[in-house]
Design a protein around this ligand. Structure first.
Ligand SMILES: O=C(CO)COP(=O)(O)O
Length: 249
């Protein structure tokens, strides 16, 4: 099965209106990209990003959503609101949200169901801490997060998993190629036993954590790696362009 690669940028809490120029630059540089391209700007910029990306194949995503479709939840944003602002995807269970907001895998699963109900594709993040890796618990931690965070009924079209080792995020450090392959293969195996081989073979598994233009091609060529979820290097179109080209292969 050939899975089309996905180059996804997570801007996190970065970007004022001036950052829209980065989306315009990507739109102009990649009129017909040979991979899927996704930018997840802060929610404040989603609607304007959708205008900037209009007519291009750049897709937009949110960085979180609430489990409810609407209601008395001050400061929160629903999946329907993301969709209404032009998003087709949403990142869920990022380690920064698991750490900063105490999000459990059970909550991530409920958010994923909310995302699906609004027609969004969920990018479900998992990853071990450095202490967990040092203790030899990486595969156990990551596969448990996958099993608990991906709800029943997952289909490949609307489910993406992102493996992001916590210790590799924003540090310039990455696992070895063999370590990345080992985890991605384990994730696909966990998806196969939970769902079916067909579903597992269709779900894209992204690697995230210090992906740069200089290491992207090597990482994206690894077995079971279907693209990247990129933080810092997605903020500048000139950097992200190199990563998109790596995903185009
Ligand atoms: O957390 C990440 C993407 O979601 C990765 O961040 P960096 O690419 O900055 O390491």
């Amino acid at each position: 099965m050939t899975r089309r690669k996905l180059a996804a940028g997570n801007w996190k809490m970065n970007g004022l209106r001036t950052a829209l120029a980065e989306i315009e630059a990507l739109r102009d540089a990649f009129p017909d990209p040979g991979c899927d391209v996704l930018i997840c700007p802060p929610a404040t910029l989603l609607a304007q990003s959708a205008l900037a990306a209009a007519g291009s194949s750049i897709r937009l995503g949110g960085q979180d959503c609430h489990v409810a479709a609407s209601g008395a939840h001050t400061g929160d944003i629903s999946a329907a609101m993301l969709s209404d602002s032009g998003a087709t995807h949403v990142i869920l269970g990022h380690s920064e949200r698991r750490a900063d907001h105490g999000e459990s895998s059970a909550l991530v699963a409920r958010k994923t169901e909310a995302a699906w109900a609004a027609g969004l594709t969920a990018i479900i993040c998992v990853g071990e801490t450095e202490a967990e890796r040092d203790a030899g618990r990486t595969l156990d931690i990551v596969t448990t997060q996958v099993i608990e965070s991906v709800p029943d009924g997952a289909i490949a079209l609307t489910t993406v998993v992102a493996y992001e080792p916590v210790w590799a995020i924003g540090t310039g450090r990455t696992p070895t190629n063999a370590e990345i392959e080992e985890v991605h293969t384990a994730i696909r195996g966990a998806l196969a036993s939970r769902f079916s081989t067909d579903v597992a073979e269709g779900i894209r598994i992204l690697y995230g954590g210090s992906v740069k233009p200089g290491n992207a091609a090597e990482i994206f060529a690894l077995r079971d790696v279907d693209g990247g979820l990129v933080g810092g290097a997605s903020l500048k179109a000139s950097d992200f362009a190199g990563i998109i080209r790596a995903a185009e292969g």
